[in-house]
Ligand binder design. Structure first.
Ligand SMILES: CSC[C@H]1O[C@H](OP(=O)(O)O)[C@H](O)[C@@H]1O
Length: 350
C-alpha cells in the first residue's frame, strides 16, 4: 500500500485526485480536479509538480475533457481532446514530459478506431492509465540500473529539489535511486538541498525521506561545497525536466551550481532521466525554454515579506547544466556515458 499518492483517477467522479504539494508537509490534503482548466491550473500553480507526474496529470486532463463532452459524436470527442491539449500545453513550458505525454496520448489513441462515444472515452482513459503504470515501472528500472554505480555497503548522496514519489506517479527518479539504494540494504545518508525559492527539498524531499526511514540532513543550497569538503560524499544525483540531444539539461534552478561544485570537488554527478525526458529535437541547452515565475516566490517566505518593497526580481525556475559537468545519465534502459550526442541517440533507439 502506498502511504501517499501524487495522483489518482477517480472513476466514479470522472476526476483526478491530487495531493496538494503546495501545502505539504504541514498539511496533507487531497483535492479533486474535474475540469481541464482546473487540471491546467493545478499544473501551473504547482499543486502537482515534478516533470513525470505533470505529464500524467495532463494525460488525465484529456480523459476529463472527453468525459465532460456532452456530445456522443466521436468527431466532437476528438475535437474536445484537441482543445484540451492546447490548454494543457500552455500550463508550464520547461519539462518536456508534459508535451511528451500529450503527444503519446494522441499517438496511442490514433492507433485505434473506436466506433462509439463510450468506446472512445474508455480508450482515452486506458491510454492515460497505461502512461501512469509505465511511469512506475520506468522509475523502478532506472533505479535498479543505478545500483551498479553505488558502493556496496555505505553511500552518501547530495540531492537537489524533489524527484520522489510526489514528483512522479510513484517511486521517483533521482530519489528512486536513493530509495533503491536503501532497499538494497546499503547504509544511506542524504544531504538534502533546501532548493530555493519554493523549497521542494526542505518541504517535500525531507518529508518523503522521513516517511521512508532514510537518514538525511537538510542543508541550504549554498552549503554543498562545504559539505563535499568536510564529508565523504559519494555522488550527487538529481532529476531533470529536459535533456537536450547534446546532454545539456534543464533542472530546478541551482542544479548547475551543484554540478560545478561537484566537478571542482571531484564528486561524481548523475542525472536520473526517464527516456521521456530526453528531447532529441532540442539540440542544446540554450534552446530550452526556461520558465520564469512570480517575484513573490523570492521576495516572500510563507507570505511574509523578506525583501524591500519595490525590488526588481529575476526568478528563473530552472537552469541549464552543460553536459561537461555530468558523469552519466541514468535511464530505464541503462547508464549513458559521454559522448552524449551519440549515446543518447543510441539509447533512445533501443
Ligand atoms: C523527477 S522531477 C524533475 C524535476 O521537476 C522539478 O521541477 P518543479 O518542482 O518545478 O516541477 C525539478 O526540476 C525536478 O528535478
Amino acid at each position: 500500500m502506498r502511504p501517499y499518492k501524487s495522483i489518482e483517477w477517480l472513476a466514479q467522479e470522472k476526476a483526478i485526485r491530487l495531493i496538494d504539494q503546495k501545502a505539504l508537509p504541514s498539511v496533507v490534503e487531497y483535492n479533486n480536479y474535474s475540469t481541464v482548466n482546473a487540471v491546467a491550473q493545478a499544473i501551473n500553480d504547482m499543486t502537482v509538480r515534478g516533470a513525470p507526474v505533470i505529464g500524467v496529470a495532463a494525460a488525465y486532463g484529456l480523459v476529463i475533457a472527453v468525459f465532460n463532452e456532452e456530445s456522443n459524436d466521436v468527431a466532437k470527442l476528438a475535437a474536445s481532446m484537441v482543445h484540451a491539449d492546447r490548454i494543457l500545453r500552455a500550463s508550464r513550458p520547461t519539462a518536456v514530459n508534459l508535451f511528451w505525454a500529450l503527444d503519446q496520448m494522441a499517438e496511442r489513441v490514433a492507433k485505434h478506431q473506436p466506433k462509439t462515444a463510450a468506446e472512445y472515452r474508455q480508450l482515452v482513459l486506458a491510454c492515460a492509465q497505461e502512461l501512469e503504470a509505465e511511469d512506475i515501472a520506468i522509475n523502478k528500472n532506472l533505479s535498479t540500473h543505478a545500483l551498479t554505480l553505488l558502493p556496496k555497503d555505505k553511500v552518501t548522496f547530495i540531492h537537489h529539489c524533489n524527484t520522489g514519489a510526489l514528483a512522479t506517479v510513484d517511486y521517483g527518479t533521482a530519489l528512486g535511486v536513493i530509495r533503491m539504494a536503501h532497499e538494497s540494504g546499503r547504509q544511506v545518508h542524504v544531504f538534502v538541498d533546501e532548493t530555493r525559492p519554493r523549497l521542494q527539498g526542505a518541504r517535500l524531499t525531507s518529508w518523503e525521506l522521513q516517511q521512508q526511514g532514510i537518514s538525511h540532513q537538510l542543508i541550504v543550497d549554498g552549503a554543498s561545497s562545504h559539505v563535499m569538503q568536510k564529508f565523504a560524499v559519494d555522488m550527487c544525483v538529481v532529476g531533470c525536466d529536459r535533456v537536450a540531444a547534446n546532454g545539456d539539461f534543464a533542472n530546478k534552478v541551482g542544479t548547475c551550481n551543484l554540478a560545478m561544485v561537484a566537478k571542482a570537488n571531484g564528486v561524481p554527478f548523475y542525472v536520473a532521466a526517464p527516456l521521456s525526458t530526453i528531447d532529441l529535437e532540442t539540440s542544446c541547452g540554450a534552446d530550452i525554454e526556461i520558465e520564469e515565475r512570480a517575484s513573490e516566490e523570492v521576495t516572500e517566505i510563507d507570505g511574509a515579506r523578506v525583501a524591500p518593497d519595490g525590488i526588481d526580481v529575476y526568478n528563473p525556475a530552472f537552469d541549464v547544466t552543460p553536459a561537461e559537468f555530468i558523469t552519466a545519465i541514468i535511464t530505464e534502459k541503462g547508464i549513458v556515458y559521454p559522448p552524449f550526442l551519440e549515446n543518447l541517440q543510441k539509447i533512445k533507439e533501443l
